[in-house]
Design a protein around this ligand. Structure first.
Ligand SMILES: Cc1cc2nc3c(=O)[nH]c(=O)nc-3n(C[C@H](O)[C@H](O)[C@H](O)COP(=O)(O)O)c2cc1C
Length: 414
């Protein structure tokens, strides 16, 4: 991707403040970046900053006499290998959908043959507006790629779909995976990751769940994507945004997660079960809200399906990695689970008082048949990359061992 020429169109949304970082990441991956601002964008990010990080003067004015002496807008449209508009306001999406060209950015969008990608960012009610959604459909019909928006907290203090996809995820989505030689064993492979908790309903308003935030599984999903894998993320209910360019399947109960995993399992080369799946569910889910009474209440619980064991028990099973969250005897329980469930690897972590769940950092110990490794306390994103690296290495060593076993049969048939 080195040398890719990107016109970065920045329109007047609050997320424009993230664009200097976006430029920096694109440049780091070897792209040449030409920033083009709308007039409103200048209210949110300075030309000086963008010029400093991109290394070239920012363009904004269609009526720039010097640039237009050489038909600057057409030149820019031809120069671009890709036009990326981030953030894309509701307004600029409407101008693009109309085919209107009142400014430099929209004019060059009409004049370019390069692919156009837009990353919308706006208040979630604006995003849901039928006019915005209609425009979005029109853009998609014209092969303009819409990236996001992501779901989460917004500058307006509300929460919902409308956040600009994070700069690092935009880069991953448009420039493909980072070349990470150490994990090349996963490149081109299908990696399925489960993440987050499950919710087991008691009645229409109550459920049994656990403290898993999904951060570890989501970090592994992003790292596997960056290692070149096609990632299927099967997520329980969490409050974090899925990584871009990762197919995410949302589920709620253990039963739903089980079904979602098995629905796609034949595609999968490597399965990583990072979800904290409930072991029990309420034996009978009440149709109506349980009423409070003076007496105590007992719940009958039944076992949920064991997703990890069922994956590892398949005849033609993927390379299977489990997680063990324990509050004591970590090593003993983890090794027991590795053997009992016939896993290829197990990632064990201590959870409890201020550790593991809901935190941004974690420390784990990884076990496999003839080895183990400790990963000391670090940010879950860093840990995700380290885990993907070691999973890639073990996956490769098993693949290599199988190839060696098959070899004599092949040469015998020559
Ligand atoms: C403080 C502030 C924040 C805004 N944030 C957004 C936003 O995030 N998304 C959006 O679509 N419009 C937002 N707007 C409205 C746009 O700036 C406005 O529609 C403008 O005309 C967009 O012009 P442009 O698309 O040419 O940049 C915001 C306006 C203000 C005053």
């Amino acid at each position: 991707m080195s040398g890719q020429k990107i016109v970065l169109g920045i329109s007047g949304g609050i997320a424009a403040y993230k664009t200097p970082e976006l430029v920096r990441l694109l440049k780091k991956r070897g792209a040449e970046v030409q920033a083009v601002l709308t007039r409103s964008a200048k209210e949110f990010v300075t030309e000086t900053t963008l010029q400093a990080v991109s290394g070239s003067p920012v363009r904004e004015n269609l009526w720039d006499k010097e640039a237009e002496a050489a038909m600057g807008h057409i030149e820019l449209a031809r120069w671009a290998d890709l036009v990326l508009i981030a953030p894309a306001t509701a307004e600029i999406m409407s101008r693009l959908a109309l085919g209107a060209a009142p400014d430099l950015l929209t004019t060059l969008c009409l004049a370019t043959e390069a692919p156009i990608v837009v990353a919308p960012a706006m208040n979630h009610i604006m995003w849901a507006d039928s006019g915005v959604q209609d425009n979005c459909r029109v853009l998609k019909q014209r092969d303009i790629r819409i990236l996001g928006p992501a779901v989460g907290d917004q500058a307006c203090g509300e929460s919902g779909p409308g956040r600009m996809v994070e700069p690092e995820d935009i880069v991953a989505a448009i420039m493909g995976p980072k070349a990470v030689p150490d994990v090349s064993a996963l490149a081109g492979k299908v990696v399925m990751i489960t993440a987050g908790p499950t919710r087991e309903a008691i009645d229409p308003v109550r459920y049994i769940s656990n403290r898993s935030s999904g951060k570890m599984g989501y970090a592994i999903a992003a790292a596997a994507r960056d290692a070149g894998a096609k990632v299927l993320l099967v997520s329980g209910p969490v409050n974090i945004v899925p990584p871009a360019a990762v197919e995410t399947i949302f589920t709620e109960s253990a039963k739903e997660m089980f079904a979602a995993v098995h629905d796609r399992l034949t595609e999968v080369d490597v399965f990583i079960g990072a979800a904290a799946v409930a072991d029990y569910h309420s034996a009978s889910v009440q149709t109506h809200k349980l009423k409070k009474s003076e007496s105590d209440l007992s719940l009958d619980l039944s076992r949920t399906p064991d997703i990890l064991a069922s994956v590892a028990g398949q005849q033609d099973r993927p390379f299977t990695v489990g997680f063990a969250a324990e509050t004591q005897n970590l090593r003993e329980y983890a090794l027991g689970k590795l053997k009992e469930k016939n896993l290829d690897m197990i990632v064990a972590n201590l959870v409890g008082a201020n550790q593991g769940f809901e935190k941004d950092r974690n420390s784990v110990e990884v076990f496999w048949q003839d080895g183990e490794k400790v990963f000391p306390d670090s940010d879950k994103k860093v840990l995700g990359r380290q885990l993907v690296k070691i999973i890639g290495e073990q996956y490769k060593s098993i693949q290599d061992a199988q190839t060696v076993q098959i070899q004599p049969a092949i040469s015998g048939g020559d």
